[in-house]
Design a binder for this molecule. Structure first.
Ligand SMILES: [Zn+2]
Length: 356
């Protein structure tokens, strides 16, 4: 019988690259928010809005140099998978046309970031979802972002109604045309809600974690991955409540006569490390196979302050992963690089092409 302890402590290949799978352009220059405010005002007044967004390259550089880029350097990450501000996707605002225009503007801005800093950022797109509108309508923007802008994935909002969950579950055939396109393009989606307009749910504190947990349970009760064996989702924020309640979910799967979770979902569902404390990352890495964990920080985003107990930023998540003593160098390499390259094949191809 193999000595697992020995195997896990054997030094292995060194970590070569650290990829943060979860970053948003939360520091975008103010004209972006002004554009959005004017767009919404025009929609509410029933008028047309065809203004374009004007932001200089220098303003983009300034917005990043003092925040995301500085933190990348200080914390030791090499590359961030970067997407528009999640809370500002606000698919519940306006209508499909408003969402489409706003989405294109946000994606184009991320594209500019990725062009200005190709070594530091790679794009993931927002989708022009809107409550009650078939997800199939998001396909043209997904194709544009992947084929023309070189993006490597998308953020998929499981609840475009912003906390009211009026659309069908992620496992409903309603979503299938979009999944067919994701499979064809070989891009994953991060399941990511936007802001909450339901006063019961705080955005990042409740709605985000609800969204993550809800998506996981939807996947558990469906045959989605039998229909789409290569479809891949990242459930962010550490997978919501799922890893913490892993026994509950294993038990529910058993009671519901579903296959074991490893068989049912773990070829298709991945979790990031955005739980913001060491014990949480320990739990995640004890419960979930390392092959299913992608390093992520969501910086600069959900929690911006410094933890008085440690003296470090809550979202400095690399620190927590580094400190997990029982993870081998190979385990950490999987979390920091290999798993993300496997889940985002278009990123892997690009990195391989540039000799990384
Ligand atoms: Zn996020």
């Amino acid at each position: 019988m193999a000595d697992i302890t020995m195997e896990r402590t054997t030094p292995t290949k060194a970590i070569t690259m650290i990829i943060d799978c979860h970053g948003h352009y939360t520091t975008a220059p103010t004209p972006l928010r002004e554009f959005r405010a004017r767009q919404i005002a025009a929609h509410e007044a029933g008028g047309a809005f065809d203004a374009s967004l004007t932001i200089s390259d220098d303003d983009i550089r300034t917005s990043l140099e003092k925040s995301q880029l500085k933190m990348q350097r200080e914390r030791g990450a090499d590359l961030t998978i970067f997407s528009p501000i999640a809370g500002q996707m606000a698919h519940h605002t306006g209508n499909e046309a408003v969402s489409l225009r706003w989405t294109a503007v946000c994606n184009d801005l991320v594209y500019r970031v990725c062009n200005l800093y190709p070594e530091n950022f790679v794009g993931v797109c927002q989708l022009p979802q809107s409550p009650g509108v078939p997800p199939a309508n998001s396909i043209p923007e997904l194709e544009r972002c992947v084929r023309e802008l070189g993006f490597v994935g998308c953020n998929l909002n499981p609840d475009p109604a912003g906390g009211y969950w009026t659309d069908p579950p992620l496992t409903d055939r309603w979503w299938y045309p979009l999944y067919e396109k994701m499979v064809e393009l070989d891009v994953p989606a991060m399941v990511h809600v936007s802001s909450s307009c339901n006063p019961n749910f705080h955005g990042t504190g409740a709605h985000y974690i609800n969204g993550d947990t809800t998506a996981f349970m939807q996947f558990l009760t469906s045959d989605l991955f039998r229909d789409f064996p290569t479809l891949r989702f990242i459930i962010p924020h550490g997978g919501g409540a799922a890893p913490y309640h892993w026994g509950r979910y294993r038990g529910l799967a058993q009671d519901l006569k579903r296959p074991p979770l490893t068989e049912l979902l773990l070829k298709n569902v991945f979790f990031d490390t955005c739980v913001y404390h060491h014990a949480g990352v320990e739990l995640l890495t004890k419960v979930i196979p390392v092959e299913n964990i992608l390093f992520g920080s969501e910086m600069v985003g959900a929690v911006r302050g410094i933890d008085p107990e440690t003296g470090f930023y809550f979202d400095d998540t690399k620190r927590y992963v580094d400190a997990v003593s029982y993870l081998t160098d190979m385990d950490k390499k999987k979390i920091y690089e290999d798993n993300t390259r496997r889940v985002f094949p278009r990123l892997d191809a690009r990195l391989s092409k540039s000799g990384k």
